[in-house]
Design a protein around this ligand. Sequence first.
Ligand code: DOR
Ligand code: ZN
Length: 344
Amino acid sequence: MKTITLTQPDDWHVHLRDGLALQRTVPDLAQQFSRAICMPNLVPPVKTVTEAEAYRSRIIQHVPKGNAFDPCMVLYFTDHTSPDEILKIKNSEHVNAIKLYPAGATTNSDNGVSDITKVYHVIEKLEEYQIPLLLHGEVTHAHIDIFDREKRFLDDVLAPLLKTFPKLKMVLEHITTADAAEFVLDQGQNVGATITPQHLLFNRNDMLVGGIKPHFYCLPILKRQTHQAKLLEVATSGNPKFFLGTDSAPHAQDAKENACGCAGCYSATHAIEFYAQAFDQVGKIERLEGFASHFGADFYGLPRNTAQITLVKEDQIIPESFDYLENQKIIPLYAGKTIQWRKV
Ligand code: DOR
Ligand code: ZN
């Protein structure tokens, strides 16, 4: 039996939702991770530092006793975000970044930014204060194929953005293509990227061959196997630009298994084991610690964790479902399937 010990990991991209959902999502995540960037796409979205502080208090109420989980907060960028609010982030202890969703890109993104060039005067402040801009990197035009939306974002939005703001600290969230990986490699150290477990372990065949499997549906959507291979290559390369962000995004079973199913994979309960599985499958388990526990903290300028966790190479079956909200279920990523790693 193989055992590895690593610094306790952090999750630099997660959706915890609000209200009753926190009873499920917060304990699940806190037993795996020390810190997490808590995404602001609530209804209504978290648009100000004051709202983020209030959301943080609601999250903390659900942290199990004796667990030191520390939520890091993010504002939701809208067409109306003011430069003053960016100054408030700079002076805030708990708000670490701002998230930009192109309007209409994904779950609860209707209040997102309609045209990024219209908020350049706000992005200027982000660059000045070195506050990370977190990007959902997909264009949303109806005529652009869903599988090309990330690549088009790189060409049409990101390249001009970084030309205008070359020192902007930014994270391209949940990258899904070789194009995005290469784009990030070509930039300076101010540009990083998170990668989810589903984009390392699966590709669009897993979602679409032999019947449509809605629990693999997330945004950006799973791509072809060659993209999966490139993501695995960069994630396990030891390059500190690439770090862990699960994008664990809960939707009740009914909302996923639906004629119009919601986007999101729920991985919070077993995320570190999923990543261990992915790294081990390509013979790079020794690279897991940097990706999962060091590089994200370094990018955000936060101290690395001191606690440790241990993983053993031992089969475990992912549960078929968990209770969620009132009388609902949530189906986790890879439900009912066996993985080879287990956190002890
Ligand atoms: O699959 C996704 N689900 N992608 C996102 O960008 C948002 C998330 C959610 O909030 O459900
Ligand atoms: Zn997300």
